[in-house]
Design a protein around this ligand. Sequence first.
Ligand code: HEM
Length: 419
Amino acid sequence: MSDDRDERAIDHHGADFARDHHALYREARGSCPVLHSGAHGRFAIVTRYADNRAALRDSATFSSGRFALDNGRLGGGVAIPPNGMRIGMIEMDAPRAGELRAILQPWFTIPAVEAASARIGQISRWLIDTLIERGACDVVDDLAKPMPSLLILDVLGLSLDRWRDYGRVLHEAVAKSSGSIEGLRWLAADLRRSVAEGDYDQDGLLAALMAAEVQGEPLGAAMVCELAMMLLFGGTDTTIAAIGHMLRHLTEHPEDRARLIAEPARIGAAVEEIFRLHSPSTGVARTVMAPIEIAGSSFAPGDRVMFAINSANRDEAVFVDAERFNLDRPKRPHLAFGWGAHACLGQNLARADLRIFLTEILERMPDFQVDLDRAERYTSIPLVNGHARMPMRFTPGTPSQSPVGTWPVLTMPRLRPIA
Ligand code: HEM
């Protein structure tokens, strides 16, 4: 990073940062749009929407790939400091990233997700059935965590009986809780075993990956497991965070909740505003491959840059009254799912998931109240900004079916590419 600006003591892993980042970014967008940090071997943070979007589209200059460092470890990738291991094509460059993405893409198109929406509804209904009689729950543990864990296990074609363990491990890994490394080892081993033993449904995504070829070569079990890990990682804690932000917002803003109950057609707009205003992914990192300037800051090959998509999504130059949730906001693409070649593969699924789940919650638990005094936000948000705990109360109701099993029985068509 060849310029002489202040290197502020910014550490995006720190508790101060988690508490104050919106104020820091607001000031930066106005006066000093590229922040420089001496932490984690030095990196820069790009805060404005236009700069984020342009750079994320330019994957030749800004690499997602992993590179061997002098100390033998793997550098690069989409996290600062780098993840312990590569997590699929999200940490690869062209052409390999595109080849792998092309195999997965047909599973996550809008028509494919729409055709599976009744099945997402079955998961939502079962989940609410498990707790509707209680009148109280923890949003994170009881509602938000099970939803994406069940959904992605089902997409992969893995047995749903392990959703609790998968959900816990993936949430802890992102929230950096104690025990997360051990849990991840267990999850990786469980995936490897399932793949080796063929312990998955033949009409799920794992089976399709095992049968897939790139230029006449099968992917192989190791790559299939890596891609499955990527989907589990990419889709779980981000969705958990989005559900938490949604229920918190609707407790803090009863006028928005009343409007959604009266006009369920606006639920899609509400989901989009939550993604924009409370972007679950805080930022994505890249390695600079060629000399370039961003908003007056010069970068050299090898420099590490974090693209703060949660800052971009509150940029007043693009979103009027940007820090306000607005159900009538004119449509304008936000960057909560990234942009360009690596834009979120699961975004259609995430949108449908949130919309269907929120519709079910508003119908069956319309008076829910998050306990705002006891809700705990993450104290470290390097990758995902969410909540660790969120107690909630509501008027008890009746399960839609009896008995309520220990996992949902899914009979509606599963997610599949549309022929
Ligand atoms: C609220 C939910 C979600 C959010 C906020 C989110 C956010 C993101 C972001 C910001 C990226 C870009 C990463 C980069 O540019 O380096 C990304 C990529 C990705 N996401 Fe998501 N995601 C969500 C849900 C999901 C789900 C449900 C899945 C899968 C089932 C998924 C799978 C992926 C994959 C595979 C990539 C990598 C795409 C590529 O490299 O070509 N995500 N996501």
